[in-house]
Design a binder for this molecule. Structure first.
Ligand code: ADP
Length: 589
């Protein structure tokens, strides 16, 4: 059904009611007036008939026809009324307007029939004698308890119709005028009713857009006023509620986005309802794009999908791990629980992700370390044990063998010693790393000089020249003892992996915002593929050679940890047979 504006609906209803009311009133009035007029005429005619009857009763006999007829004509003309005197037989014996002898029997006239029964008779009909509509009132003439005749008075009522014919247009014009005035009034009233509703509609529109600052003015009726009050109150409460909800949401968002753990919320149909930034980052997905998607579409990971369905099925907390390919590979630990509302009904599942890649990496480093240590220690111990058993063998009598075996045992014991010493150094540095080592402003030249003099004997043995290039005033925030140890390790390697008669250069200078200490040699160098793992514990390029040279594979690991404890880093550039350059980068003062 087509919708119309309330104002026009009201106006149309008012107009219909007004037109109906005016029409009904007009018709009713016209009918009543006519009725009243006819009643007036009939009582007037009755009075005239009675008066005329009294005139007749005064005569000796009403049956004296000629006399009656002349009376009818005389009184009739005087009073402009048509009088007719009829005998009970219906014979007319006198009439104002006609000759009674020519007139037909009147016994069948309704008013005459009524009068014959002793009461007044009234009738209105068209007169064929006078050719117009007449009203007739007949009164019986009683003598000695008998109806001896009837007096009938008649008046034309064409005049009435004529009069009413003149009145009707005026009444219609008046009615139309009133309708017009009432129409304007209806329009005004309709507007007065609809305008506040229009205003309410407008403001409700603002509310639906979340704009609650528009308040309604008080209404002009009790109903509208109470409606505007309710709406205003609703707006204030809604605004407050929305503010609270927004506040809570912001708080929740702030909590979720500042969490290191990834958080994912799923509904009961396994659709991803919400996730925080950390989760999006961990899973490498776009937060906005995956929101509302089915778990399989949102995150392409079977472990997560299984975990979510397990949580929703069992309603028990679940745990699992997921491996993410790409980006170096990550391991995420997943803890999932069921999400419930205040009434304890299940709303979905909540999954918290923890990035345990580092933990797993550390675990594997520890495992490797233990394996490496065991392996490194086992080799000299096995060797020592083997030679000791050989020595215990009484069949071995050659003192030269004994001496050789003892030398080997001593060498292996030294190796054991140096491995343990290196391990202790490493663990000491790691401990001090945790507790922050004491760093003091110190001149670098003294430290480097001391390291050079310690390694000098070894260098001289291989006829290697060590040159030092460092400003006397160059200072850095260092732990002199530890840094010296790192330089010794690097110098020791440079000597070990350099050929005889070669050269080693140590220099320290300020580069941009750091102090760079460089140890350069022109020795065997290192293949590029080994460089990334060079600073790992027990990592050696050539195990046999390293062992031969008394290396433990821990020297560079010690260097790395010492430099880290100085908030710096160590880098290496090397090429086989071209030599190596190790650089310690320390932050400037
Ligand atoms: P090692 O005790 O075996 O020397 P490091 O941790 O000090 O252990 O060194 C690890 C490996 O790095 C060594 O086995 C060696 O192969 C390589 N390396 C270290 N320094 C040098 C260098 N200056 N020249 C060539 N190779 C080096």
């Amino acid at each position: 059904m087509p919708k119309r504006r309330l104002m026009w609906q009201l106006f149309a209803s008012y107009l219909v009611v007004t037109i109906l009311a005016i029409s009904v009133i007009t018709v009713y009035m016209a009918i009543s007036m006519k009725k009243l007029y006819l009643t007036e005429v009939s009582s007037d005619l009755k009075a005239r008939a009675i008066l005329f009857r009294d005139q007749l009763i005064g005569k000796d006999s009403i049956l004296f026809a000629a006399h009656v007829d002349s009376l009818c004509k005389k009184f009739g003309h005087k009073s402009a009324t048509r009088f007719t005197v009829i005998l009970p037989s219906g014979i007319v014996i006198g009439d104002t307007d006609d000759d009674p002898l020519k007139m037909e029997n009147h016994s069948n006239r309704p008013e005459v029939i009524d009068a014959l029964s002793g009461r007044s008779g009234v009738a209105t009909r068209y007169s064929h004698t006078l050719y117009e509509t007449m009203m007739y009132v007949a009164e019986p003439i009683n003598q000695e308890g008998k109806v001896v005749g009837i007096v009938r008075a008649a008046l034309p009522v064409t005049d009435i119709d004529h009069t009413f014919g003149q009145i009707y247009p005026r009444v219609i014009i008046g009615g139309l005028l009133i309708t017009l005035i009432l129409g304007f009034l209806s329009l005004y009233i309709s507007r007065r009713i609809s305008v506040p509703l229009e205003r309410i509609k407008l403001v409700a529109g603002h509310y639906s857009k979340g704009e609650f600052d528009h308040l309604l003015p008080p209404g002009n009726t009790i109903e509208i006023d109470s409606l505007t009050n309710t709406l205003n109150q609703m707006a204030v409460e809604l605004k407050e509620k929305i503010r609270t909800v927004e506040g809570q949401r912001n708080e929740l968002d702030a909590v979720l986005s500042s969490m290191v753990e990834g958080v994912l919320a799923f509904d009961t149909s396994e659709h991803l309802v919400n996730l925080n930034q950390a989760a999006a980052r961990m899973l490498s997905i776009d937060r906005e794009q995956v929101r509302g998607r089915y778990v399989q579409e949102a995150v392409r990971n079977i472990q997560l999908q299984n975990l979510v369905s397990r949580i929703l099925k069992s309603e028990e907390p679940q745990e699992d791990e997921m491996a993410i390919q790409g980006n170096g590979g990550r391991v995420l630990q997943m803890h999932g629980t069921i999400l419930r509302n205040d009434k304890g009904e299940s709303l979905g599942a909540l999954v918290v992700l923890n990035d345990i890649t580092r933990l797993r990496h550390l675990e594997s480093i520890r495992r490797d370390f233990v394996a490496n240590v065991s392996h490194e220690l086992k080799t000299p111990i096995t060797s020592i044990k083997g030679f000791v058993e050989t020595l215990q063998d009484e069949s071995l009598k050659d003192p030269r063998d004994t001496e050789r075996f003892l030398a080997i045992i001593s060498k292996q014991a030294d190796r054991l010693n140096s491995i343990i010493e290196d391990l202790l150094t490493l663990s000491k540095i790691e401990e001090s790393e945790k507790a922050e080592i004491l760093l003091e402003e110190h001149k670098l030249r003294a430290v480097l000089q001391s390291a050079v003099s310690i390694c000098d004997i070894k260098a001289k043995a291989k006829k290697i020249a060590i040159s030092l290039n460092c400003d006397d005033d160059l200072c850095a925030k260092i732990n002199a003892e530890l840094l010296e140890q790192a330089i010794i390790n690097l110098l020791d390697n440079a000597i070990k992996y350099s050929n005889k008669d070669s050269e080693i250069k140590i220099s320290a200078l300020i580069l941009e915002s750091e102090v760079a200490i460089t140890i350069q040699d022109w020795g065997v160098g290192i293949e590029k593929r080994h460089l990334p793992r060079l600073f790992e514990r027990f990592y050696t390029v050539d195990k046999a050679r390293s062992k031969e040279l008394g290396g433990t594979g821990l020297g560079l690991a010690i260097v790395k940890h010492i430099v880290l404890a100085h908030h710096g880093n160590v880098s290496v550039e090397s090429a086989p047979d071209k030599g190596s350059t190790f650089t310690i980068h320390l932050p400037c003062l």
